[in-house]
Design a protein around this ligand. Structure first.
Ligand code: TTP
Ligand code: MG
Length: 367
């Protein structure tokens, strides 16, 4: 491949592992190879599918689907409980490989990351060669495959990595952006979910090419501020930088109950265990938070979130329990409406290190 053709000013890679949780399970239990493997909650109760192997996807099984539905679609499916600590270890292994190539890496979760390889540790100019090396390196170390997108920005790189899964390598050249996007369905634009998709369909817009025919004013009229992003996405524009090691903006945990809850005591008990989990994760990251958020999903699936920000940063379970219970009592219809899910999260995070630095600066001011 002639890298002289690469005229874009930035070289961005997006890597996304294939059927991640399922692929790890199949790797560790070779007898599952080629079988429909579904990782997630219990199909006998109200569990949800985390992911499914490509064999299971042929039956229509996909992430976030109720596991009971997956079982109906694919009765011969092999249902496995997720083993998060195992996936976390594999993820760390992958990140340590990626960091050999560049330090400008942004985590998109356990199984995906953006890399800015415009400048890279190996001083290799051709981003496609780098993408191939990364794929081979990950395969050799983990026996897992990932798909990579190479493009002039993050948005296009993400679309590209999804384009030829599994084990795909897709390049969007700077001068081919328009052609690439023309027939792509709007749903493929990251950030466009079923709701926006429906609204766009109602306006007669099915493809990105059709979206590009609309004026900015037109899109702003229909979608507000989000219309500006849509206008830019339709033209392949994204100037956002790869933000190295983006720390999570929030740490949370949630639970869908076996049966909908009305009893406040029972919900307070659930909040306690969710808060303890959040506190555990905060401490493990040596982070402290200032905001507690409670999420409630009622039995009719409407979701609300209510937050409170405190003066002092915290990482202890007691503070989270107290605040989340207060939010439940004062800001929700708990006890009057059935509740299907509760979630507790902590945000406005600062690391212990940052906190020490702030304290040090404050001290300096007074000396
Ligand atoms: P994805 O990258 O979205 O999915 P995937 O890696 O399983 O499959 P693909 O080949 O299409 O990339 O998510 C990564 C992992 O995150 C996935 O293996 C399981 C987990 N996950 C959930 O637990 N729930 C979800 O709703 C989604 C989308 C993912
Ligand atoms: Mg993936």
């Amino acid at each position: 491949m002639d890298c002289g053709l690469w005229t874009a000013s930035r070289k961005i890679l997006h890597i996304d592992m294939d059927a991640f949780f399922a692929a790890v399970e199949v790797r560790d239990r070779p007898e599952l190879a080629g079988k429909p493997v579904i990782v997630g909650g219990d199909p006998q109760s109200r569990g949800v599918v985390s992911t499914a192997s490509y064999e299971a996807r042929k039956f229509g099984v996909h992430s976030a689907m109720p596991a009971a539905r997956a079982k109906r679609l694919c009765p011969q499916g092999i249902f496995l409980k997720p083993d998060f600590s195992k996936y976390k270890k594999v993820s760390e292994q992958i990140y340590s490989i990626l960091s050999k190539y560049t330090s400008v890496i942004e985590s998109g979760g356990l199984d995906e990351a953006y890399l800015d390889v415009t400048e890279n540790n190996l001083k290799i100019e051709d981003p496609i060669l780098l993408a191939q090396m990364i794929q081979q390196n990950i395969k050799a170390a983990t026996k897992l495959t990932g798909s990579v997108g190479v493009a002039p920005n993050k948005y296009l790189a993400k679309i590209a990595s999804d384009y030829q899964k599994p084990a795909g390598l897709t390049v969007i050249w700077a001068d081919e952006v328009e052609l690439f996007l023309e027939n792509l369905l709007v749903r493929k634009i990251p950030g466009i979910g079923p709701v926006t998709e429906k609204e766009l369909h109602a306006l007669g817009i099915k493809t990105v090419g059709e979206l590009a025919l609309r004026s900015k004013e037109d899109l702003i009229r229909h979608f507000g501020k989000w219309g500006v992003s849509l206008y830019e996405r339709a033209r392949g524009i994204d100037t956002s930088p790869v933000e190295p090691w983006g720390e999570p903006k929030q740490i949370g945990s949630e639970e869908t109950f076996e049966r909908d809850l009305m009893n406040l005591r029972e919900m307070e008990g659930k909040i306690k265990s969710l808060a303890e989990e959040v506190s555990f994760y905060l401490k493990r990251r040596a982070a402290r938070a200032r905001t507690v958020t409670l999420k409630v999903k009622y039995s009719d699936f409407t979701v609300i979130t209510r937050s409170r920000t405190l003066h002092e940063p915290f990482d202890d379970a007691d503070t989270i329990i107290t605040e989340a219970r207060r939010l439940l009592a004062e800001k929700t219809e708990a006890g009057k409406r059935l509740i299907r899910l509760l979630g507790v999260s902590a945000s406005n995070l600062e690391s212990a290190e940052e906190e020490n630095e702030t304290k040090a600066t404050e001290l300096d001011l007074f000396h």
